[in-house]
Design a protein around this ligand. Structure first.
Ligand code: GLP
Length: 215
């Protein structure tokens, strides 16, 4: 069971997964996946949705059974949100829990769309996007005004239940968030810091992202 992330950060991993499938014949049949989050207001065919991103970058190129792919829905009526989130959590449990969760970091320390202020025991839910998150997404949406204002995200508590966490961070924009994760106090103001203490947490980062670490 794989937990997958979106954004530019995991693209190298997805490229390699496509390569080993195409060139080395590695099969992904039987692999069950759960994505972290989805923008609210975007349908699966909207190229800016995380569903479309995952199809384009990964699933269209592998032999994962479409029924084994799980991504929160971005087209929920407000009255459906709570039930959808509960069922997402149940599906993770029913599939046996996430073995390996890939995670990127937001410039503001968010993990998935757990924005500053998210609790360590938060679960899958609707969340209002932070101004920094919306600013960082503006390029993909043409301008800030078109960036969705809310999303569905796995919670920090949900993520912490994965058996292994792998946090990827590349470039200087991620250095502050990496410092919060490694050196800072466990503080909801920097959600990445709430991951610390997980029994199998590893960082895959570059020198720029590590620039603010003290040791
Ligand atoms: C989005 C996703 C996060 C991701 C972040 C970083 O906000 N919800 O899961 O970690 O972007 O994006 P990038 O990898 O493009 O820097």
């Amino acid at each position: 069971m794989l937990g997958l992330a979106t954004g530019s950060t995991p693209l190298g991993i997805y490229r390699e997964l496509r390569r080993v499938h195409a060139e080395e014949g590695v099969s992904f049949a039987g692999v069950v996946t759960f994505n972290l989050d989805e923008y609210l207001g975007l349908g699966p065919r909207d190229p800016r949705s995380f569903r479309a991103f995952m199809q384009r970058e990964l699933f269209d190129h592998l032999d994962v059974d479409p029924l084994d792919v799980h991504i929160p829905s971005g087209t929920l009526h407000p009255a459906e949100v709570a039930d959808h989130c509960t069922r997402y959590e149940e599906a993770i449990r029913a599939a046996g829990g996430i073995d390996l969760q890939l995670l990127g970091l937001g410039r503001n320390g968010h993990v998935a769309f757990n924005e500053p202020g998210s609790a360590a025991d938060s679960r899958t839910r609707r969340i209002e996007l932070h101004p920094v998150t919306r600013e960082d997404a503006a390029g993909a949406f043409g301008d800030l005004e078109h960036v969705p204002r809310a999303a569905i995200t796995m919670g920090v508590g949900t993520i912490l239940e994965a058996r292994s966490l792998r946090v990827l961070a590349f470039g200087p924009a991620k250095a502050r968030a990496v410092r919060a994760l490694v050196d800072g106090p466990r503080d909801a103001a920097w959600p990445a810091s709430l991951l610390r203490g997980h029994r199998d947490l590893r960082l895959w980062i570059d020198d720029d992202a590590a620039a603010q670490l003290t040791a």
